[in-house]
Design a protein around this ligand. Sequence first.
Ligand code: SAM
Length: 217
Amino acid sequence: MVAAIRSGCAMLTEPAEAAIIARAMQAGVRDPKRSRRSFEHIFEDFLPEVEFSGQRLLDIGPGQYDFGVVARERGATVVGIDRDPAVLELGRHKGFEIIDTDLREVTPGSLDDAYDGLFCKYSLNAFWFGADLRRLRDHINVFLDALRPHGWAWIAPWNGVPKKLNLNDAQLDAVLEAQIDAFRAAGFAFRDLSADDTRRYGVHGDTVNNALFIRGL
Ligand SMILES: C[S@@+](CC[C@H](N)C(=O)[O-])C[C@H]1O[C@@H](n2cnc3c(N)ncnc32)[C@H](O)[C@@H]1O
């Protein structure tokens, strides 16, 4: 099982892929030799029971498609949603369906509503809408509405504070609480990951919390 995951998570060794991803907007996405261990850990710890065969999955901010490559090997169809031209080009090159959209701008009903699973590793952000909690909740629901009622989801947002945002600590806490409430209202469990777990799952950075939301896993 682990060996299969490792082969699926091979680095971007093809020169064409490395050349495409070298143009990515985010430095962490540009490195074709980036370690894939965190994805092995996520598959081992959270997804061993998932029957990928025949599932249609949405990878929110797919980066180098590490999740998609393994899920596809197991029989799933994976759609990536991103705005970075290099990430989108890599997706096309690898034969994934892609949606070219700024994640902050998705609107109700704009996504296909028949996904069996949602995967998000460090792309959504609780603070995109400042202190506007209703907008945050509506935005989360755009993604949750795209998930089938019995679908599964693994969502680890990047809850860092955007550079120009000027909120005090109480406001930051209120935003994080609203994010947690929105996921819980849709049947998700919330974990604030330990420092060890953030390293294990590749979600460590300068963030206000280390949220992981899961459902059906
Ligand atoms: C930190 S990377 C994570 C990539 C991948 N999930 C992983 O863990 O390796 C964030 C991803 O989200 C995308 N992303 C970030 N902000 C975005 C936005 N506002 N709209 C669309 N995509 C965005 C980036 O292009 C990138 O693919």
